[in-house]
Design a protein around this ligand. Structure first.
Ligand code: AMP
Ligand code: MG
Length: 398
């Protein structure tokens, strides 16, 4: 797929308050120093460290209280020898301050203060620029703006950043047997779930998921729906109909939709074997198998890395090391992707393989991650340490 350029997402400038989950389109640097002045870490007194270093309860040091720093105000006076200046937590320290004593280690006596403990006072200063300095690089393009990232941008004086406009991904769900949640269901029909699963995964990755009416297994209607989705969206995902059955129209219609057309049809992987990858111009079109487990496994394995290129993002897979609780036994001759449920144990993470068929939705819902068993391996014994690839979830690292 590397040779097929994928349409890039547009870029827009957005204020910080409207940015949760968006993907940075350009690197951002700090606009201001954080903090922009030396701050006190505690409620107490700004002092000259050398003057109180030896203070103890038995031999307190007496300093004159020469002023008070108010929250949000610059420290007016310079700290003169023999002086202490009252300061609140986070308050600006006067020039000349080299230490702060905690209020608990002092006692005010008239217009002076007794200091009972001089240790560690130098460590109660949060120096200017100790968090970040103006001009420091903060995040590069492709970074997902999660809550702490947004907090740092706000603190560093950034008020708006350039992010990618969420690309619109059309979701065509095919199958005569499918009934939407909430609609009346008859014998022989099944609930539509891939549209829900994949739609949520798209949104979690920063895309705008464009839903369409369910597509019946009818050639003309399907062709019309695909044509419309290609016109209205930046890429299209199709659920179902990617196999070789008489009413599986995905391969035929995708290949008729434009060039370069189908690049891959079928992979040596279970579940998800009949997956289809195509490019129509610069728009990726991906046919996911209808079986719910196959659909999500292939979305993660193939659709996600291709779609993330719209954000100019090469996926860095963050795997979790976990110990297998049971044998995984598979057939020779295919790569297997086994959903696992992760849990914490005293020795680290444990991965419980969820073995079943690719139509079993509980496997999907109870699984946290995928373990890849390469073609040629038939047994991964219980107790082995494996790398588990977590599913896309709202709020996960991508
Ligand atoms: P297909 O890929 O169209 O041959 O579908 C394979 C299996 O997945 C069939 O049993 C379908 O009923 C089921 N299936 C297809 N699409 C969906 C969907 N959107 N939600 C749940 N199951 C589906
Ligand atoms: Mg079908």
């Amino acid at each position: 797929m590397a040779d097929f350029p994928v349409r890039r997402a547009q870029i827009e400038r957005v204020p910080l308050g409207d940015l949760g989950g968006r993907v940075l389109a350009r690197a951002v640097v700090a606009a201001e120093d954080v903090p922009s002045f030396d701050r006190s870490m505690v409620d107490g007194f700004a002092v000259s460290n050398a003057e109180i270093g030896r203070a103890t309860r038995q031999a307190p040091v007496r300093l004159r209280v020469c002023g008070e720093v108010l929250m949000g105000k610059a420290a007016a006076a310079m700290l003169e020898p023999g002086c202490a200046i009252a300061v609140p937590t986070g308050g600006a320290l006067p020039k000349g301050t080299t230490g702060v004593v905690k209020i608990e280690d002092t006692q005010v006596d008239g217009d002076s203060v007794l200091v009972f403990d001089g240790t560690d006072s130098a460590h109660r200063i949060n120096p200017a620029r100790s968090d970040v300095a103006a001009g420091d690089p903060l995040f590069s393009a492709g970074h997902v703006l999660d809550p702490p990232s947004l907090g740092l941008l706000a603190a560093a004086g950034v008020d708006a950043v350039e992010v990618y406009v969420p690309p619109r991904i059309g979701l065509l769900v095919t199958g005569d047997e499918l009934v939407s949640p909430g609609a009346k269901i008859a014998p022989g029909q099944i609930r539509e779930s891939n549209g829900i699963t994949i739609g949520a995964a798209l949104v979690a990755l920063g895309f705008a998921s464009q839903r369409y009416e369910r597509v019946p297994d009818d050639r003309a209607t399907f062709a019309g729906a695909l044509d419309r989705a290609l016109r209205e969206c930046d890429g299209v995902l199709i659920s179902g109909g990617s196999s070789v059955g008489a009413r599986d129209f995905t391969p035929e219609l995708v290949s008729e939709a434009g060039s370069p057309g189908i690049i891959v049809h079928g992979v040596r992987v279970r579940p998800g074997r009949p997956v289809l990858l195509a490019m129509i111009g610069d728009q990726p079109v991906i046919g996911l198998p209808g079986n719910p487990v196959s659909a999500l496994v292939m979305f993660e394995a193939l659709a996600k890395p291709i779609l993330l290129r719209m954000f100019d993002k090469r996926e860095s897979l963050l795997s979790l090391r976990a110990r297998l609780t049971r044998n995984i036994e598979v057939e020779l001759g295919l790569e297997h992707r086994i959903p696992v449920q992760l849990s914490a144990s005293a020795e680290g993470l444990e991965a419980r393989p969820l073995i079943g068929t690719s139509s079993q939705l509980h496997i999907l819902a109870f699984a946290d991650a995928i373990v890849v068993v390469p073609e040629g391996t038939t047994l991964v014994p219980a107790g082995s340490w494996i790398d588990a690839l977590p599913f896309t979830r709202s709020g996960t690292l991508r």
